[in-house]
Ligand binder design. Structure first.
Ligand SMILES: Nc1ncnc2c1ncn2[C@@H]1O[C@H](COP(=O)(O)OP(=O)(O)O)[C@@H](O)[C@H]1O
Ligand SMILES: [Mg+2]
Length: 271
């Protein structure tokens, strides 16, 4: 984005703005697959950008028959909030100009934001990066799909395993100037079958990082209490139950998951 970055809001301020602000649609995001709109939202003189995904604009997906994509977007935020890892921008479900939809705070990236996920020459993977797949360009030159060995991305990888994210591509990771990393586009998550499709396979089979077990245990406890009940408003009972199971399995294994054999484990395009 070329505009000046807006001052960061505390999460509670952002949620209040999203819930009570006035929405003005700016336009459709061209690269987006569903009706994904960018809007401005204003409350008491405070204006920010947001992404608005009305339920009405959702195309039916053969492999996601239940619920709505918007409900999955909100669920992803609620799970992220419960981890305390601040991975998903504040997201709520509310009525808007095109009906009920997911509303998510827009994250400004500086012009020189550098992605930590991408294609690198196969024989020159940067120090501190982890290759996940091989590729060739039109000239036959060998590349590796790789990502940085970065603790923020490792948290995102655990989060994706928890929510069963079927679409973690490079473009769905944002790098604001705050130094945080944010994941977006969680409309195809929380399926009861294993659908984990991601570029973040760099740690597969390795032990989870130090605080992961504590966070997963706390998340599990919240899922057995109020968080579980809230998620049942957005997901099916079975999906919430499988979410609990994935948290328990991750805790028991203590390791990053392995890609399944029967499903393309890397989204296309990956970046
Ligand atoms: N909260 C956000 N802040 C900044 N950019 C975003 C945000 N959400 C989405 N985007 C950008 O818009 C693109 C399209 O949004 P996405 O959620 O992927 O829509 P779709 O579900 O239609 O694919 C993303 O790839 C990303 O570049
Ligand atoms: Mg997308």
């Amino acid at each position: 984005m070329t505009t000046e970055p807006a001052a960061a809001l505390a999460e509670s301020e952002a949620l209040d703005l999203l819930a009570h602000g006035q929405i003005e649609i700016e336009g459709r995001l061209v690269a987006a697959s569903n009706t994904t709109l960018r809007a401005e939202i204003t409350l008491d003189g405070l204006t920010r950008r947001c992404v608005y995904k009305p339920v009405r604009g959702e195309r039916p997906l053969w492999d996601f028959p239940d619920g709505t994509l918007a409900g999955r977007e909100v669920s992803a935020f609620l799970v992220s909030q419960a981890t305390g890892w601040d991975l998903v921008p504040p997201t709520i479900l509310r009525d808007g100009p095109l009906g009920v939809g997911a509303l998510q705070l827009w994250i400004d990236e500086p012009d020189d934001a550098e992605s930590l996920i991408g294609f690198v020459p196969a024989y020159d993977v940067p120090h501190g990066w982890l290759p996940v797949a091989n590729a060739r360009d039109e000239d036959g030159d060998a590349y590796a799909l790789a990502h940085k060995d970065d603790p923020r991305l490792a948290r995102l990888a655990v989060f994706d395993a928890v929510i069963n994210n079927a679409d973690r591509k490079g473009g769905h990771v944002l790098y604001p100037a705050t130094g945080s990393i944010h994941g977006v586009d969680h409309g195809v998550s929380f399926h009861v079958e294993n659908k984990l499709r991601t570029v973040l396979w760099g740690w597969t089979g390795k032990s989870l990082f130090a605080d992961a077990a504590d966070v997963l245990r706390a998340l599990g406890a919240q899922l057995d209490a109020a968080l579980g009940a809230t998620l049942e408003e957005h997901l099916t009972l079975s999906e919430v139950q499988h979410l609990r199971l994935r948290v328990r399995r991750l805790l028991r294994a203590g390791r990053f998951p392995k890609p399944p054999q029967d499903w393309p484990a890397i989204p296309w395009p990956p970046v």
